[in-house]
Write a protein that binds this ligand. Structure first.
Ligand SMILES: C[S@@+](CC[C@H](N)C(=O)[O-])C[C@H]1O[C@@H](n2cnc3c(N)ncnc32)[C@H](O)[C@@H]1O
Length: 483
């Protein structure tokens, strides 16, 4: 590890085999773009421009050649400048969105466990979401051939997992990984929010001083806590950059092809993948990072907002809007007034700061309850089907947690199809409410829900309010396999 290891991580227990030089994939060259190198089209020369007499034809030919070359060079320079301007505009747009998200998460205060589980207005939602994440980790992180009884019996199944947590935030899932059925050898957390990464490091250090156990009373609280895994944390934007340049990622093995025999056993993306659907480019970069980091047979788990819920809400909103408009039109017709039905227009752009919108603004899709709110700033598809698949921005507000941060719809089928392009095959996909229904009586996960405060002891009352459950139903959990 040498100079690349984190200074505050504990010493490595088992060294990662450094890949041979030729194991590392070279950056692919940019595809050759014939257009950008084409000479400019020649302008037709008018009769008045034609030289009357060619005394020295050779000299004219040499002069024209030089002139053509000068024109070509000037044109190339103009093309280069135009391309640079477009790139700069794209980069500043992307930076703008990334900055908003990063600043937001950096500024969310770190509150203690007691506050989160006792004082918070949304404590029911917090514990429920945490329980669902535990379910996904418990069910889908182990290898197919892992013996589930081995850890319970205090035996080791031999194989320990390498886990990559993309968008790890403040390290809220560290303790869930510490209690995973198959022990973890290495956990790598990546996130662009530098303050969050510092907080995740602190959390990991505290786990070390508590003797390896994450959180109070977990699944294995009745016996010796499992040894604390090795962990690395890095500030990294995983949607607009390749993660291949992170040393530990390369050491574990990065290769997006199906040949990756090395790599992580699990890549986890909890509540963070939707930020990548701002553009196709970001979504593809994100998936290339996931597939590149996973070994063949590895699992990609996570949770995202449910595009079916978003689509249905949008469809109903638009149907109601159309009905209201029609009723207004009918009334006008009856009164002999002229029709003012607006013609279909593309989604209106959000006004810039200080810009005053003319006329009455069209209402846009919006819903929620006292703890969460979703608001689309622009026009949404009438049938609730998000086409094209990228850039469907909405603002999401969650009491105490997320203050109107721009998020993007992840149209499920488009995501699934894109994931297939990266050799990721769907294994599991379920809404949070369905996960509750299927797992609440499981002999392990049921009691876990009671210890976490999702429901009262002894299979009692659900401690999550209806409003919190409505907010939770906004999400789905998933698992893909790298084939
Ligand atoms: C709602 S938080 C979830 C944190 C954590 N996964 C959890 O479940 O507690 C969303 C996280 O996504 C991260 N994120 C946003 N854009 C990202 C990007 N481009 N690459 C990686 N993570 C990103 C944010 O910084 C934030 O920490």
């Amino acid at each position: 590890m040498g100079q690349h290891s984190d200074p505050d991580s504990p010493p490595r227990r088992r060294p990662y085999k450094r890949p041979a030089e030729d194991d590392l994939q070279d950056d692919l060259p940019q595809p050759y773009n014939a257009n950008s190198l084409q000479a400019p089209k020649r302008r037709a020369i008018s009769p008045s421009e034609q030289p009357r007499k060619q005394k020295r034809p050779g000299a004219r030919a040499r002069f024209s050649e030089a002139e053509r070359e000068a024109i070509r060079q000037r044109q190339l320079e103009r093309d280069r400048q135009a391309a640079e301007a477009v790139q700069a505009a794209d980069a500043s747009k992307i930076r703008g969105i990334n900055d908003v998200v990063r600043e937001h998460y950096n500024s969310v205060p770190q509150r203690g466990r007691d506050w989160r589980t006792r004082e918070s207005k949304i404590k029911g939602l917090r514990v429920f979401n945490n329980w669902v994440k535990s379910c996904i980790i418990q069910r889908y992180s182990p290898d197919e051939d892992h013996d589930p009884g081995s850890r319970e019996a205090g035996r080791s199944s031999g194989k320990e997992l390498l886990v990559l947590d993309i968008g790890c935030g403040k390290g809220g899932d560290l303790s869930k990984w510490q209690q995973a059925p198959q022990p973890i050898q290495l956990y790598v957390g990546l996130d662009p929010a530098n303050v969050s990464i510092e907080q995740a490091r602190d959390r990991y250090r505290q786990m070390g001083t508590r003797g390896g156990r994450g959180g109070r009373g977990g699944r294995f609280n009745h016996r010796q806590p499992p040894r604390l895994f090795d962990a690395r944390f890095h500030v990294k934007d995983c949607y607009s950059e390749s993660i291949e340049d992170v040393e530990i990622i390369r050491q574990v093995g990065f290769d997006p092809s199906t040949m990756n025999r090395r790599g992580f056993d699990v890549v986890s993306m909890m509540f963070c993948m939707h930020y990548a659907f701002e553009s196709e480019n970001h979504a593809r970069t994100m998936l290339r990072n996931v597939a590149g980091a996973l070994k063949k047979g590895g699992r990609f788990i996570g949770c995202i907002p449910n595009s079916d819920v978003l689509g249905e809400r949008v469809r109903v909103f638009n149907a109601q809007l159309a009905a209201k408009r029609k009723a207004k039109e009918d009334e006008k017709k009856e009164n002999g007034e002229e029709s003012t039905t607006p013609t279909a227009t593309p989604p209106p752009a959000e006004p810039e700061d200080g810009e005053v919108e003319e006329g009455e603004a069209e209402p846009t899709a919006e819903w929620g309850n006292s703890i969460y709110r979703v608001r689309f700033p622009g026009k949404t598809p009438e049938d609730g089907v998000f086409r094209p698949a990228f850039g469907w921005k909405y603002n999401f507000f969650l009491d105490e947690a997320v203050e109107e941060v721009p998020e993007y719809v992840v149209p499920w089928e488009a995501f699934r199809a894109l994931a297939e392009d990266f050799n990721l095959e769907l294994q599991f996909h379920k809404s949070f409410s369905d996960i509750w229904e299927t797992e609440k009586d499981d002999p392990e996960l049921g009691p876990l829900s009671e210890r976490m405060g999702v429901r009262e002891r002894g299979g009692g009352r659900l401690l999550v309010s209806d409003e919190e459950m409505e907010a939770a139903s906004f999400y789905i959990g998933f698992c893909f396999y790298k084939v």
